[in-house]
Design a protein around this ligand. Structure first.
Ligand SMILES: C[S@@+](CC[C@H](N)C(=O)[O-])C[C@H]1O[C@@H](n2cnc3c(N)ncnc32)[C@H](O)[C@@H]1O
Length: 390
């Protein structure tokens, strides 16, 4: 196996008509761009008027196809590590909205695994009704396999007892929802502690070898809150399966200007959404987000991928090419250091059977020779053989 890339195919063009049929009404592109810009302002916390039906239209036609890869990505990592049971799974999607997170999961499940039972929990009954139509239309078009059993539950997470009688799950997902529950809290530490509390509650719904996927927005403020929550959870014995290849404090929290997040730059927006995003003044490049995959059984992505004598590390920046060399920041357990600057000299190329560093997208898990150590300044030279294949 070469370095561990995520291989997420671009969204099938048939999704455009599937979502339009599920919504049940035609929305002209210029109108959709307007609705999308209003909903985007609301996501930024601004008070903007938007009828509920129009909000659902913008979410169905724009955010759903834009955000699908966000849950595919961590599910793909569970698949690569063989860390999901290969059988029909019991899955809970919390704050499920139109079903985006579970739909993304279903597209990335390993062979032999399927959605045996999906419980979609959400406070908005209209969103749940639309979610059912999305699943039905997508399954009719052969884009997804319907869950064997699908339960939609209209419950409000802020009310006591929202988790009554749910049973236990192989996978719990909560996509871009906890951010909405934390917005009243004042700052990073309070929000981090609040988010950790939610994660602990959701971890309590897992079977012993289950996983919890938490997706949050990719901007600095919200990503830092997620990494703050990660520190709290680690101190309480929770396993961070991914993305982090080391178990210490997130090194990017040290500098207030830094934040760890994913940027699927290679995965541009589906072509039919690009003009909408441009007109609405939004990013039209690949999606950005932050996430944690949490478990209680001690299993980690890095531990699953690593062979004898190897040290896993994750590229947390885009490799930069300058004269004669390529450099990329990698997160990992480098002795006392939680990160290192990997430097590949171009004159060493071709001396080992590995891809050039700049061919590896951000987020790639690289496997390095364990005995290669960074210098005092934190630079690790990729001499031939340091960047390994498996
Ligand atoms: C941004 S949407 C994300 C939907 C979906 N998970 C996704 O990834 O696209 C957030 C969802 O969380 C739901 N939500 C927010 N607060 C909630 C609460 N207190 N109880 C239940 N659902 C809530 C909203 O109704 C909305 O559908």
């Amino acid at each position: 196996m070469p370095h561990v890339h995520h291989r997420i195919a671009p969204l099938a063009p048939a999704w455009e008509s599937v979502l339009s049929r599920a919504l049940g009404r035609r929305v002209e592109p210029s109108v959709l761009a307007l609705l999308v810009s209003r909903q985007a302002a609301r996501y930024r916390g601004e008070e903007v008027a938007l009828a509920h039906g129009d909000e659902l239209a913008a979410r169905c036609l724009f955010w759903l196809p834009r955000d699908l890869p966000k849950s595919q990505y961590p599910t793909e990592e569970l698949r690569l590590a063989d860390a999901l049971p290969r059988r029909p799974l019991r899955v809970l999607d919390v704050g499920s909205g139109l079903g985006t997170t579970a739909l993304g999961v279903s597209l990335a499940l390993p062979e032999g695994a399927s959605l045996g039972e999906l419980v979609s929990l959400e406070r908005d009954p209209e969103a749940l009704a639309l979610q059912r139509r999305v699943w039905a239309e997508a399954a009719n078009a052969g884009l997804v396999a319907l869950p064997a059993r699908h339960q939609t539950l209209a419950r409000d997470l802020s009310e006591p007892g929202w988790d009554r009688d749910l049973g236990d799950f192989d996978l719990v997902t909560v996509g871009l929802c906890l951010v909405e529950l934390l917005s009243a809290l004042p700052e990073e530490h309070a929000r981090g502690a609040g988010l950790a509390g939610w994660c602990e509650r959701l971890l309590g719904l897992l079977r012993p070898e289950g996983a919890l996927l938490v997706l949050e927005p990719g901007d600095r403020e919200r990503s830092r809150v997620l990494q703050t929550a990660r520190g709290v959870l680690l101190s309480r014995g929770v396993t961070v399966f991914a993305p982090c290849p080391q178990g210490g404090q997130c090194p990017l929290l040290a500098e207030p200007r830094d934040w760890c997040h994913e940027d699927l730059a290679a995965l541009s927006l589906p072509p039919w959404l690009v003009p909408i995003a441009r007109e609405a003044g939004l990013r039209w490049e690949g999606p950005t987000f932050s996430y944690l995959t949490l478990r209680r059984d001690g299993l980690t992505l890095a531990g699953c991928l690593k062979g004898p004598g190897e040290r896993p590390a994750r590229l947390v920046g885009v490799p930069e090419v300058s004269k004669g060399r390529t450099a990329a920041v990698a997160c990992g357990a480098f002795g006392e250091r939680p990160s290192a600057l990997l430097v590949e000299l171009h004159r060493h190329r071709g001396k080992a059977p590995t891809e050039p560093l700049e061919a590896l997208p951000r987020g790639t898990v690289v496997l390095l020779a364990e005995d290669a150590r960074p210098t005092e300044k934190g630079t690790l030279r990729l001499e031939p053989g340091v960047l390994r294949r498996r």
